[in-house]
Design a binder for this molecule. Structure first.
Ligand code: HEC
Length: 167
């Protein structure tokens, strides 16, 4: 039988709860005909002659648990929030940058930190939200890099420090 059809049958069986009834009725033979020549004889590979082994591998991975999401959300919001707070505080003293540019650059990391943490929870509802995690990460990293580069340049770059410019 075509591999794609086999795959679809196995996936359908898993999505409908990987029941013992269906296993006995039809799925068992799919494994018997296609899989056990390896999975059942090669040591170290899961033995697909046993329903319990197939059943355990058919479990759907639901991603991070609410408990671990809560823990990591807490660490990120407070830990990274603090870093952004200090970076923003130092950047607020930078010279030659208009107030509104400062306001935007200082707020961006906080906004995207929240959307980042929110996106993990939303991703456990729908995988589409993984995009929000990526976008948020890029956004707050960019804003931080800009702020840190300006700060380091103005604090440490000799020609800037000694120029005495106050623009
Ligand atoms: C020609 C031998 C062979 C056949 C036939 C075969 N497999 Fe495998 N399978 C392997 C090997 C070797 C590995 C381990 C690969 C690795 O660890 O990188 C594996 C790994 C797996 C795993 C991951 C196991 C784990 O521990 O997470 C699954 C699931 C799996 N196969 C399913 C199947 C299914 C379903 C079939 C039949 C439709 C099948 N395999 C047919 C050789 C085979």
């Amino acid at each position: 039988m075509d591999w794609k059809i086999l795959k679809a049958r196995i996936i359908k069986w898993i999505r409908t709860g990987s029941t013992k009834k269906q296993w006995n009725a039809s799925i068992h033979s799919v494994f018997a005909n296609n899989c056990i020549k390896c999975h059942g004889v090669i040591p170290g590979l899961p033995d697909f002659k046993q329903f319990s082994v197939v059943k355990s591998l058919a479990a759907t991975d639901m991603g991070a648990s609410p408990a671990s999401l809560t823990r990591v959300s807490h660490i990120h919001l407070f830990g990274i929030g603090f870093i952004f707070f200090f970076v923003g505080a130092i950047f607020s003293l930078a010279r030659g940058i208009s107030e509104w540019v400062k306001a935007v650059l200082i707020s961006v990391p906080f906004v995207f930190l929240i959307s980042d943490v929110l996106s993990w929870w939303l991703t456990s509802l729908s995988p589409q939200f993984a995009w929000l995690t990526i976008i948020s990460g890029i956004a707050y990293t960019l804003a931080s890099v800009i702020m840190l580069s300006v700060c380091f340049y103005q604090m440490w770059w000799p020609s800037f420090r000694h120029s005495g410019r106050s623009y």
